[in-house]
Write a protein that binds this ligand. Sequence first.
Ligand code: AMP
Length: 192
Amino acid sequence: MNIVIFGPPGAGKGTQSKFIENEYNLYQLSTGELLRKEISNKTKLGSEISSIINSGELVSDHIVSDLIEKFIANKDYKGRLIFDGYPRSLNQAKNLDILLNKYEQKIDIVLKLSVSLETVKKRISERLTQENRADDSEEIAIKRYKTYEKSTEPVLNFYEKSKLLKVVNGEAKITEINDEIRGLINAIKGWL
Ligand code: AMP
């Protein structure tokens, strides 16, 4: 099954993706991680995108689309992808449908982790001390949250219409969120 995991920065998408990756033998495709890798490997693309990422804005659609197509096209990942951080706009959601169709795949479930801006700020400040992400300051966190509200939230309507969307309380404990997600995935697996 292919899963989209959705939510503002700091919602716990990465943490929950890692859990379900292990539990269901899936592959976590994090566009943020792929982009950060380009920056740390000092590639040409990395130098083009670092200022955009560090300002909390979105990287161009075509850049991210090219990155994810490589994974969608790869037979090893067929029907095993967790899209973490993609799509982030309506255009990207439509593009994802086109790409999946091209490789005879589809999305089976869209999980939305709901959290407030207050929680986002708190989690980002905790993450600041654990990871060394250049885009993790409170100011940029707020900018990223605003980008999410403006560009990414409209995508939810798109998935609501296709009945793929499931909303999970991202404010709960990590293990509780994981339990809820597993329940939703198992229910889907039952009739896949
Ligand atoms: P993330 O690790 O998912 O929070 O992503 C970190 C940053 O990478 C975002 O704030 C964006 O600048 C960029 N990024 C990640 N995914 C996308 C995407 N699907 N489209 C555009 N930019 C993205």
